[in-house]
Design a protein around this ligand. Sequence first.
Ligand code: FAD
Ligand code: UDP
Length: 389
Amino acid sequence: MPSEYDFLVVGAGFAGLVAAEQLVQKLDARVLVVEARNHIGGNAHDAYDRAGVLIHQYGPHYFRTNSDRVRDYLSQFTHWHPIDYKVQSFTGGRYWSFPINLKTFEQLIGKAATTEEFERWLESKRIPIESPANSEEVILSQVGPELYRLFFEGYTRKQWQCSPRDLDPSVCGRIPIRTNRDDRYLRESFQALPKDGYHRLFARLLESIQHRCEVVLNTDYRELLPQVRFRHMIYTGPVDAYFDFADGHLPYRSLRFEPESFEPEMLQERLSIAGKPGFWQPEMQVNYPGNEVEFTRIVELKHATGQRCPNTTIVREYPEAFGLGKEPYYPIPNEASASIYRKYKARVEAEKHVSFIGRLATYRYYNMDQVVGMALTEAGKLVKRYRNA
Ligand code: FAD
Ligand code: UDP
């Protein structure tokens, strides 16, 4: 006899867990969450490594949002550790202030400058392109070729294994460029990490609905299908996999993470670079646009979490092709993938009892807050639909 649920949620990332929480709270629904990995949280998962340092297992996850609705919703499950996310770029043998701002310009010309001088300089360098059609044009039209080559071209080629010309303008366009001294990496008004980490946030969310929600880990949802009955599925996995790749494989970029931990005595020689004891590099993230190394960035999360511990861990991030045994991290936003996705979108619309939400199921380069917003909205629609059904 199969077990009966109102909703089957595939994937225990932000999309799946937020939807599950809303369906239990608002409909008193019985929900089963099934997750292929051995943990909840999806790509936002964090954990303490063997050196005792809190790291983000799938790359740095800097929470930020302009949405009060999303912030207030998540604040039910976490307090926040406010943080201005700071990044530098390392190229030509030196550290640069990044994203591009007045301090970067001063480093370039080797003397103090004003916003007006930087703006005049940019005016003389910019390539006039009215509506940038790709990631190269979006940067050339803002800062011209010199800064584009220094900071964007090499990084983007490494990350995406293609020319910035072949990527949607939104990819590089999300990096701010400023003519004042504001060197925060992100633009959003609220920038903070969950005070006790993402895992605690997700665990608290699940605690609040444990009376109506079961979670099964280490399981592909297809294995469970013969054993469960449900009225509606929330699917947050890759959309092409759901349809057995009927319209072809959607392209992704993958990553390899290489952590390295240091005890305090090993950090002595880094003191002049890091600027304070207990750290390896000057900021939480340093980008490496040059070809002399294969990784794109080194993340030292301890700068951002504010964790007090003697050791530190850095993680080098190597872009990789997506294939067997690799995780589909980044949808590749370009014309070719958009054309494949349109075919899947038509199939999605015909599935009346499945909601496709999240980064993989909608094949969009969404940040966490956008995914939370999407899950709240979709759950709201389902609540209306099933309230009296
Ligand atoms: P995921 O977190 O990917 O969750 C989907 C889950 O579904 C996964 O756990 C997967 O195992 C599971 N699943 C898939 N298929 C199946 C199946 N067949 N059966 C069972 N389970 C299945 N966002 C930010 O806001 N700030 C950042 O700084 C940031 N940095 C990022 C850095 C990297 C390297 C990456 C890759 C992403 C980053 N993001 C960041 C984006 C963020 O990871 C996503 O917005 C968020 O994880 C999306 O949540 P999701 O639930 O849609 O997907
Ligand atoms: N980028 C770049 N140089 C940098 C940082 C970013 O060229 O120093 C480009 C690159 O194409 C990257 C995109 O801008 O994929 C978005 O960068 P972000 O740091 O937001 O990447 P994510 O955190 O999503 O990997």
